[in-house]
Ligand binder design. Structure first.
Ligand code: CDP
Length: 212
């Protein structure tokens, strides 16, 4: 079984994806980490994230053992990740890794921006997770402060909106719901309620399949 979970920044997709993977016994890949790792490699080497050639080289050389690095979650990397993610050759270089991951038995949950549209268009279940910008900013502020970063809520909100805009407008694999994705709005849902809503959708899709 392959489950695709897409959505804008801090919508709750990562938390839902992790819990769904645990409950169904599937592998989980936070695909944002790939773009973050590429961004960090480019910045560490002293280049600009919009340097398409350097960024593509970093994507080709991607080292999954570095996905655990806590530094990947820093705000500066987050911003640079959305810049490298708009470069078509970078996205192209990362497709195989994601598709191979998705098809590893017994299956996987992948969360990102283009899983249901580009990486796994044949996924068994597709969720598109959204929440209001204000709620997303408040969640991200809590996460960043818990990690010791000093941030202002207004700046975090502006960053989310800027990234959403960049991710939605890029020509290569823009952030958008697949036509067959199920919308899950977590604005008024806590972590447990969002998880239960996701399970309900997955179970309804599976039950519908069996009946046919
Ligand atoms: O946690 P958050 O949603 O803020 O970020 P993320 O999922 O780690 O993604 C960071 C950036 O990587 C996004 O702003 C996108 O530009 C890019 N990304 C993407 O283009 N495609 C994906 N499948 C995943 C992330």
């Amino acid at each position: 079984m392959i489950i695709a979970i897409d959505g804008p920044a801090a919508s709750g997709k990562g938390t839902i994806a992790r819990q769904i993977a645990a409950v169904y016994g599937l592998h989980h890949l936070d695909t944002g980490l790939l773009y973050r790792a590429v961004a960090k490699a480019v910045l560490d080497a002293g280049h600009s994230p919009d340097d398409a050639q350097r960024a593509t080289e970093a994507a080709v050389m991607l080292d999954p053992s570095k996905f655990e690095d806590n530094a990947l979650k820093l705000q500066v990397i987050t911003e640079a990740a959305s810049v490298v993610a708009a470069i078509p050759q970078v996205r192209q270089a990362l497709i195989n890794y994601q598709r191979e991951f998705a098809t590893k038995p017994p299956g996987a949950v992948l969360d990102g921006r283009d899983i249901g549209t580009v990486i796994a268009p044949g996924a068994d279940v597709k969720l598109f997770v959204v929440a209001s910008p204000e709620v997303r900013a408040a969640r991200r502020v809590r996460e960043l402060r818990a990690r010791g970063e000093v941030v202002e809520e207004a700046d975090v909100l502006a960053d989310l909106l800027r990234r959403d805009e960049r991710d939605s407008r890029r020509t290569s694999a823009p952030l958008k719901a697949a036509p067959d994705a199920h919308l899950l709005d977590t604005t008024h849902l806590g972590i447990d309620a969002a998880f239960r809503a996701a399970v309900d959708i997955i179970e309804a899709v599976r039950a519908g399949r069996k009946r046919r």
